[in-house]
Design a protein around this ligand. Structure first.
Ligand SMILES: [Fe+2]
Ligand SMILES: [Fe+2]
Length: 252
């Protein structure tokens, strides 16, 4: 089985850039399953029903979210309708909406979304214990965990804590890809951050001039997304060949 995971899709331009590249990636790597982090798809914050449909048209099997899960209220309807979207399972009361089992041939793949607590400032349950609980409760052939977290230390620690599951622990949220993709000692695929899919020349997607000004004068300002060149970041996991490959595409 070959799985494509796409990191934080940022804004409508990010969605469009993914749409214009995904077929070629699927064809080149003979991808069977696609998972996308969509927490920034709606103008940088959250997801809408329209964007959800766009992802479905691209053949996406599951969408994960993050700290911006509830930034657009259309998420409520999607969750109510049991759409293929999950939010971090360690948001209190959202445990049941934090994982999703999909099927490929005769095998099951359980996708789990967790949110880090370091530098996150949200009232979250423990991502370590929540992840373990889901894995213990839900029997599945594969587990794919999107660990949406800021601190590299927290992501590394969760990777080692859950190493041994048949699957992958894939970091998202920082929007900056790391080059530490690996297979951990007990066989689990791991990367600290997949990176984002959206504006290439912004500051983690946001308009760079506004961010520079924030650092210069310290005043809060309403952010907009950077326009111009785009990037796509993801990973391909080949479970048969036991290989994890980064996909980093940048417009020139
Ligand atoms: Fe993000
Ligand atoms: Fe995030």
């Amino acid at each position: 089985m070959k799985l494509l995971f796409i990191g934080d899709v940022n804004g409508e331009d990010g969605v469009k850039f993914l749409a214009s590249n995904i077929e070629a990636i699927k064809k080149q790597y003979k991808v069977n399953i696609v998972i996308v982090n969509g927490e920034n798809a709606a103008e940088g914050k959250g997801i809408t029903s329209k964007i959800y449909k766009d992802f479905m048209k691209m053949g996406v099997n599951a969408i994960t979210m993050g700290n911006h899960a509830f930034s657009n209220k259309e998420i409520d309807k999607l969750l109510e309708e049991n759409a293929n979207v999950i939010v971090p399972a360690n948001f209190p009361t959202y445990y049941d909406k934090g994982y999703l089992t999909i099927k490929y041939n005769n095998e099951t793949i359980t996708v789990i979304n967790l949110l880090g607590r370091v530098y996150m400032n949200l009232p979250l349950d423990c991502p370590f214990k929540t992840g373990k609980k889901i894995i213990d409760e839900i029997k599945s052939d594969y587990y794919i965990i999107d660990f949406h977290a800021e601190a590299t230390s927290e992501k590394k620690a969760l990777g080692f804590y859950l190493d041994g599951i048949n699957g992958a622990i894939l970091g998202t949220h920082t929007h900056v890809p790391t080059c530490d993709e690996t297979i951990l000692e007990h066989g689990t695929f791991y990367i600290t951050d997949v990176g984002m899919t959206g504006p290439l020349d912004g500051v983690i997607g946001a308009n760079r001039d506004l961010i520079i000004n924030r650092f210069l004068d310290g005043r809060p300002s309403r952010l907009v997304l950077q326009t111009g060149r785009m990037q796509l970041n993801g990973v391909i996991i080949d479970f048969d060949l036991k290989k994890i490959t980064r996909i980093n595409i940048k417009e020139s």
